[in-house]
Design a binder for this molecule. Sequence first.
Ligand SMILES: CC(C)(COP(=O)(O)OP(=O)(O)OC[C@H]1O[C@@H](n2cnc3c(N)ncnc32)[C@H](O)[C@@H]1OP(=O)(O)O)[C@@H](O)C(=O)NCCC(=O)NCCS
Length: 170
Amino acid sequence: MTDPLSIRYADPEDAEQLVTLVNRLATESRFLVVDTIDPDTGPATVAEHLEAIQTSVLHVVLVAEVAERLVGIGLGAAEAHPAKRGSMRIDLGILSDWQRRGIGTQLMRGLEFAAKERGCHRLDLTVMVENIPAMRLYQACGFVFEGRLHRHLIINGEAVDQFLMAKMIG
Ligand SMILES: CC(C)(COP(=O)(O)OP(=O)(O)OC[C@H]1O[C@@H](n2cnc3c(N)ncnc32)[C@H](O)[C@@H]1OP(=O)(O)O)[C@@H](O)C(=O)NCCC(=O)NCCS
């Protein structure tokens, strides 16, 4: 990577590029369960959402940017109930051309930092049992397996198991 990588919070001006990124990730990876976003109407809605969560203690949207292009995203979400807000559920996606360059690891570090700043003591995630690359990354980042969620997803009519993984951060 010759151009520097920046990991930063997404802001409303990123909306159009974020829609493109999410739509590419949705098409590229069978391991990401995301809906595509309408490229015409989506950016305005995404911009509103990003504006609304800028000061949120419950939601984090990080982007990985290289040469003013968004190449990856890291999402974190906690629930509002006081009993639940210490756990942040996270998700990662890196464009295929940009994988295996340490971007996922850096987004994960950013999510961990953001979660700690928000008082969270735990990160967790679900990962399809066949998604070896993601599991390797999560293990390298200190996540451990907490259990298997049997038939947790139905994809193209097929039941898919997921692992629950977590990392204590405080
Ligand atoms: C999984 C994913 C986020 C990894 O991101 P990445 O930027 O490629 O990961 P990194 O470059 O930081 O890799 C860190 C480590 O994870 C492991 N890893 C990552 N990709 C791997 C692969 N394809 N095969 C084996 N191990 C892999 C390696 O241990 C790697 O360290 P190394 O390169 O020094 O060997 C990325 O492949 C991706 O976005 N996949 C599609 C969407 C997805 O599956 N998201 C997760 C849903 S739960």
